[in-house]
Design a protein. Structure first.
Length: 145
């Protein structure tokens, strides 16, 4: 069915072009900083996933329902309302470590696999990078290469 088709897929769009086109100068600078952070953590060059997600690596998943797909292992999107980081894996048995880092992070909101930051100036960037490392490690444990 067409409605079941996964919409967020890796594309050939240029990440640098996407970041350069972010309208707000502060958000554009923040996107460049978060990109550099992800490159350090993952050791990978990013790809665009869909029209607005900058992603690093990929993994294949299968839900209990049988639905399957491929998604980036780590990623972010410099959205107008908030910088959105996709911290996957739900930290498995490392939730206490994640909770301790989040307690030190600063001002943020979160969802199941998303971390929303209005301004990077509101968070501790070293702690943010540690959260990205934790998420990357957990994803690599859950979905080995």
């Amino acid at each position: 069915m067409a409605s079941d088709e996964i919409k967020t897929k890796a594309t050939g769009a240029g990440v640098g072009d996407f970041i350069a086109a972010v309208p707000d100068a502060r958000r554009r600078d923040e996107a460049a900083l978060i990109d550099a952070m992800h490159r350090r953590v993952t050791g990978l060059d990013p790809k665009m996933w869909g029209p607005s997600i900058i992603g690093y690596g990929s993994y294949d998943y299968v839900y209990d329902s049988g639905r399957s797909g491929t998604m980036c292992r780590a990623g972010f999107s410099p959205r107008k309302a908030a910088m959105t980081l996709y911290l996957m894996g739900h930290y498995l048995d490392r939730q206490p470590e994640a909770d301790a880092l989040l307690a030190r992070l600063g001002k943020y909101r979160n969802g199941k696999s998303c971390l929303y930051i209005n301004k990077l100036a509101d968070v501790d960037l070293e702690v943010l990078e540690q959260l990205i490392v934790l998420s990357w490690d957990v994803m690599n444990e859950r979905y080995p290469g």
